[in-house]
Design a protein around this ligand. Structure first.
Ligand SMILES: [Ca+2]
Ligand SMILES: [Ca+2]
Ligand SMILES: [Ca+2]
Length: 270
């Protein structure tokens, strides 16, 4: 195994990178309030709080039906077009931060159809992390975050979707004023602002019953080295076997007896 790992760091054969593919969000996306209100048909995700100090999170998922087995990379892309800080709306250029900490992306199980029970859905590991930092002021447009590990985990576990929850670090600052980010949902017309995942794949070699997410060239080289080691080992086993056969006790043939006698008593046979 050490041999395989060390070989993985070498790269003798360069294969062309596959061009990226895109999967758009599923229309089940939407927002869920802490009060249980669900908005799944709106064209916007609001993530933050409101004048009633209610707070809300967004959930979105992407079908894995067309995704092959091993990812090289995957990124989640969401279009942010507005922010609100203390009831003041900003929807152009560099957006004011709402001041409720990081906008976090959590990797969650498939939520099925969005309902009140999906609020604060728990992590299933491989959380992507922070989409927009607590003091960031992104321009109107797409923001993105790496989701390779989360999506690969979903593929490995045969989930139908790769699903995410967006929430702010601070649920509400209880100031009786709106503070939130606004991002485009799937229901935005067309796809020019839709949530999407961009990903690249690679062939998935099976080694020892496990799928290894490593470069093909590394695996080919590792196989060559493994075959070479096995061949050397097999030759050694054959050599030892032959030596054992030679040294094992066996009947002495008449010819050998004669040779021994000649060696002991060469003159008596002359
Ligand atoms: Ca929706
Ligand atoms: Ca507030
Ligand atoms: Ca759309």
């Amino acid at each position: 195994m050490a041999l395989l790992l060390s070989a993985g760091s070498l790269s003798m054969i360069h294969l062309a990178e596959a061009s990226p593919d895109i999967v758009f969000g599923d229309s089940s996306d939407g927002i869920v309030y802490n009060t249980g209100l669900v908005l799944s048909a709106a064209a916007v995700y609001f993530v933050g709080d409101d004048a009633s100090n209610q707070y809300f999170q967004a959930l979105v998922k992407f079908s894995l039906g067309l995704v092959s087995k091993c990812l090289s990379s995957a990124s989640l892309n969401l279009y942010v077009f507005q922010s609100i800080l203390n009831d003041v709306v900003d929807n152009s250029g560099s957006l004011t931060n709402p001041g409720l900490g990081d906008l976090q992306v959590r990797h969650i199980n498939d939520y099925g159809t969005l309902d009140a029970g999906d609020f604060d859905a728990p992590s299933i590991g491989n959380d992507p992390g922070v989409l927009i930092g607590g003091s960031a002021t992104p321009n109107v447009g797409y923001v993105s975050i790496t989701v390779t590990d989360a999506m690969q985990d979903d593929i490995n576990n045969a989930r139908s979707f790769t699903s995410y929850l967006l929430k702010l670090q601070t649920n509400t600052d209880n100031d009786g004023r709106d503070d939130s980010w606004a991002l485009s949902a799937v229901e935005q017309g067309g796809t020019s602002q839709d949530p999407f995942i961009e990903y690249t794949t690679q062939p998935c070699p099976a080694v020892g019953g496990e799928i290894l997410s490593v470069g093909v060239s590394s695996v080919i080289l590792a196989w060559f080295l493994l075959v070479a080691v096995l061949a050397v080992g097999a030759i050694e086993v054959i050599r030892i076997g032959r030596n054992r056969k030679r040294s094992a006790a066996r009947p002495v043939s008449m010819l050998e007896k004669k040779e021994i006698q000649e060696a002991i008593m060469p003159s008596s046979l002359d």
